[in-house]
Every structure is written in structure tokens, then in C-alpha cells.
Design a protein around this ligand. Structure first.
Ligand code: GLY
Ligand code: MN
Ligand code: MN
Length: 489
């Protein structure tokens, strides 16, 4: 459905004072009679909401802004949510706010911008948002982004109550930024209009420091974030159970049945899936990012399902199980699966405060290299294999990554704080070793070809070790078989 076929300026172009619809009618609103325009201007109830409670993370977002303020004293900081992106013609992709903005405000509305303005003793934070659609000038029913088309949004005062931040009209922000003096940084890549208002005032290098800071701040999850990650994992567990229950329907159709089944759970319980679900049956398991999901699901094959529910607050799980489609692993599938399980156990055991980030990867790789040598697929000794990285022909990827609002969270953190750093309580990461024997790999016996196995869990570093947030999903081959039998009975 289109937006009534009217050509109206978007909110950005509108002036501060709403222009009456009757004046705009000429050429801009063809087909709108004076009588209809007048009718649409009035007769609407006052729906302003009062006494709203702050969102649950409001205290945490305030703490995060305080830490940001302390890191960049005396500087204006601009963090946009981003804009809608066109999918095709007049349809857009579902909006997802930038993680930097959502992390610092708890808000997720398009076009929003958080500004921290320096003061004598810190910063004053203000959120800039689109206000309610104007009814006097017809915006609310004639503009494609008017509330009549896309739904009610919060008034600025409602936003203030919910977010614990003063809220102003974002349409005035570019002008304010152009006039502002003093040092400024902006998180780039989300809002070209805001960036262009700042173009003479910012440098790429200084802006990148802001982005890196916000990526590193997210290395340690606070209590709210841990709770959300657990929610994401719990929904994901239910989504995996849903999939096991419909494997017969997937066999009658395709991998898409699995994708759709998991997506239903994600949309009903959360915001979305946190990344494209990998529903890889048979040899597709060897394609690391198999998201076409259009292949057959056959008894006797494995299904590698890598999927995660994203919560309403945008935290995602990232879990993989490799399941026998008919409920029982063959002897060779089990041998490979058990080796990956053993590697994962070694990896998880290496996750504890004070350990080097790389330790869990190295522990898992050693197990896999040992098994590959034992099976005669690569010539030992194991230390030589590891030194030369020869096992990587079949292990392919790193053993994990930070997890949070992005599935590969904290992606622009510096090496010394992430890959070259040390684990601390509050970090959350995946441990996900795998073995993949490509269908055309002539260096392994034929029966190995087309088998791919990954097991992935979401692990929180605690004061005394770690906690597996996804422990409710069985991992060992015998537990997986028993769990599948139970769900299918
Ligand atoms: N699902 C992507 C990953 O496991 O990293
Ligand atoms: Mn992962
Ligand atoms: Mn994954």
C-alpha cells in the first residue's frame, strides 16, 4: 500500500512552523479539498501519555553516558540512531537503530540523535527526536512517515519520561550543530544529514576514537545486558526445540521450513533474529555462512543450525547445534561430532578471568589438530600441525567472538583490549569450534566429504570461571539424541 500518492516534503525539509495544509494544497496536495483538509485537522482526541515509568535500562544508560562523558571532557558528542534504508522503490528495510545510540539511550527510533553537550563539570545529554506528527498541516496523514501511516510515536515529553533525558525536536538539530562552537565528535556511518552539518568541524581520526571507545565500552556487560543475553538465549533454546519438532515438515519441503520456524519464535518473543539464520543440511554445513537455506533436508544427513533470537532491547544469542535429521548420528558423524564436542569442552574450560582471550581458541584447536592427526588426515606431530596451522583446512574459522547487541560485538575494539587482551568478569563470548569436510575435498576419505559440524554456546565470564548461558540446550551426542527423541515423541 502506498502513502496516498501525495508528494510531500519529508520531515527533514519541513520548517519549524507547520505550514497550514490549505496553503500547501496547490501542487503539493492535489485532490485534497478544503473541506477534507479542514475535517482532518480536528476531531482527534488528546492521547498524550502521562506519568510514564522509565524504561528498565534507564539507570544503566545513564551510567554509560557518564563514562562516555568522563572519557571526552569538554567535547560535544553526537551519536545518531540512523535513517531508514530503501529496500526497493517505496519500501524500506525494517529499521534497526545504531548500536551506539541504542546502547547510550535505550531508544530505537529512526532519525533520533543523542547529543552530549560539554558543561563546566561534564556534559548535558539531550535526545533529539521527531515529535508527534502535526495535524494542522496534514503531515500526520499525508506524509509517508506520518503517524497515520507508520504508527504513533512518543511525544517529546513522553520520551523524556521514558528515557530520563530531555528531548528536543530533531529537525532543529542540523542548524544547532552548524552554529555550535568548540570540539565535536560524531559517530559516522548512520546519518549523512547530521554528518554534513558537522563537516567542517570533525576529523575522521577523532570520530573513529569515539566509535572505538563505544565498541570497547561494550566489552563488559552490565547486569541489564546479562539479563537480556540470557533472555535471548532462552528464546533461542525454544526456537531450536520448535525446529526439532518440525523436521519431518522440513524434509517434505526444504531448509526454508527451518528458517521460517525459527523466525516465528524470534518475532513472537523478541525483536527479530540477530543475524541471518544458517539452516544448513547435509553438505551445506560446510559453507560457513549458508543463509540461502533453499536445500533439501534428508534423513541420514546432519543439520547444522546456527541461529539466535534478538531481544526487544537488541541483544542477540548466537547458538549452533548440529543435529542428525533422523535423530541418530551415524558412526562417522558421531566420531566427528564428539571431537568437536571435546574441543568445545576444552575451549569452555579455558574461559575464566585472567585468561588470555586467545587461550580458548588455542585449547580447542589443539584438540581438533590431535584428532585430525589421529585419523590420519594430516601428518603429525600435533605441535607441527598447530605451528603451521595445517588443521585450519578443516577448522576454518576462529573459535569465538564477543557477543552482545551485535552478533560479532565490539568489532572495532583495539587488538590490545579484545583479541590480544585478557578475559574479565562480565565479558560474554561464543565458543564455537567446528570441523568441515568439503564435498570436493580430495584429501580426506570419501565418507568424510560433505560432513560439517559446529557446536556453539554463549559463555559469560564470571568472577570464578564462566557460566554457559545456553546450557539448557544439550551438547553431547548422546544428550542431543535423547533430547530429539523426547521432543519428537
Ligand atoms: N552466526 C555467526 C557466528 O557464529 O559467528
Ligand atoms: Mn558465533
Ligand atoms: Mn553462530
Amino acid at each position: 500500500m502506498q502513502d496516498g500518492g501525495q508528494q510531500v516534503p519529508n520531515a527533514e525539509e519541513q520548517t519549524e512552523e507547520a505550514e497550514p495544509i490549505k496553503q500547501r494544497k496547490n501542487g503539493l496536495y492535489p485532490g485534497v479539498s478544503d473541506e477534507l483538509a479542514a475535517s482532518m485537522q480536528s476531531g482527534w482526541a488528546d492521547t498524550e501519555l502521562h506519568d510514564l515509568q522509565p524504561i528498565p535500562q534507564a539507570g544503566h544508560t545513564a551510567d554509560r553516558r557518564a563514562a562516555l562523558s568522563a572519557r571526552f571532557p569538554g567535547e560535544r558528542l553526537v551519536i545518531p540512531a540512523g535513517k531508514l534504508k530503501v529496500r526497493s522503490n517505496d519500501t524500506d528495510y525494517p529499521f534497526r537503530a545504531s548500536v551506539e545510540y541504542a546502547y547510550l539511550t535505550g531508544d530505537q527510533t529512526q532519525d533520533g540523535v543523542l547529543v552530549l553537550e560539554p558543561t563546566e563539570d561534564g556534559h548535558e545529554a539531550t535526545i533529539y527526536l521527531l515529535p508527534r506528527s502535526d495535524r494542522e498541516n496534514g503531515e500526520f496523514w499525508l506524509d509517508g512517515q506520518g503517524e497515520l501511516w507508520v504508527g504513533r510515536r512518543h511525544s517529546l515529553d513522553e520520551a523524556r519520561q521514558l528515557l530520563g533525558l530531555p528531548a528536543k525536536d530533531v529537525r532543529k538539530l542540523p542548524e544547532e550543530l552548524r552554529e555550535a562552537t568548540g570540539p565535536v565528535r560524531v559517530v559516522r556511518g548512520h546519518d549523512a544529514g547530521i554528518e554534513s552539518a558537522l563537516t567542517d568541524k570533525v576529523t575522521a581520526e577523532r570520530d573513529e576514537e569515539l566509535r572505538v571507545y563505544l565498541s570497547e565500552a561494550r566489552l563488559l556487560k552490565d547486569a541489564f545486558e546479562v539479563g537480556e543475553l540470557q533472555k535471548a538465549v532462552d528464546s533461542t533454546t525454544r526456537g531450536f526445540e520448535d525446529v526439532v519438532k518440525v523436521l519431518d515438515k522440513a524434509q517434505a519441503t526444504s531448509e526454508r521450513y527451518i528458517e521460517g520456524t525459527f523466525f516465528l519464535r524470534a518475532r513472537v518473543e523478541g525483536n527479530d533474529i540477530g543475524y541471518g539464520s544458517i539452516c544448513a543440511a547435509g553438505p551445506h554445513a560446510c559453507t560457513l555462512h549458508w543463509v540461502r537455506n533453499d536445500g533439501p533436508v534428508r534423513a541420514g544427513d546432519l543439520l547444522l543450525l546456527d541461529a539466535g533470537v534478538e531481544t526487544h532491547s537488541l541483544y542477540t544469542a548466537d547458538v549452533t547445534r548440529t543435529l542428525p535429521v533422523d535423530g541418530t548420528y551415524t558412526a562417522l558423524q558421531r566420531k566427528i561430532y564428539d571431537a568437536v564436542y571435546e574441543a568445545q569442552e576444552a575451549g569452555i574450560a579455558a574461559v575464566r578471568p585472567g585468561a588470555k582471550y586467545r587461550d580458548f581458541h588455542e585449547a580447542a584447536q589443539r584438540v581438533l589438530a590431535t584428532r585430525l592427526v589421529e585419523w590420519g588426515l594430516v601428518e603429525g606431530p600435533v605441535d607441527r600441525v598447530l605451528e603451521l596451522g595445517l588443521q585450519r583446512r578443516w577448522t576454518l574459522h576462529g573459535t569465538g567472538h564477543m557477543l552482545g547487541m551485535d552478533v560479532h560485538d565490539c568489532a572495532v575494539a583495539r587488538t590490545e583490549t579484545y583479541a590480544g587482551g585478557t578475559l574479565e568478569p562480565g565479558m560474554c563470548l561464543t565458543v564455537e569450534p567446528g570441523l568441515y569436510f568439503q564435498a570436493d575435498d580430495l584429501t580426506v576419505p570419501e565418507e568424510y566429504r560433505g560432513i560439517g559440524v559446529r557446536i556453539e554456546d554463549d559463555i559469560l565470564v564470571t568472577e570464578d570461571g564462566n557460566r554457559n548461558l545456553s546450557a539448557a540446550l544439550p551438547r553431547s551426542s548422546t544428550e542431543v539424541e535423547a533430547w530429539m527423541a523426547r521432543l519428537k515423541s
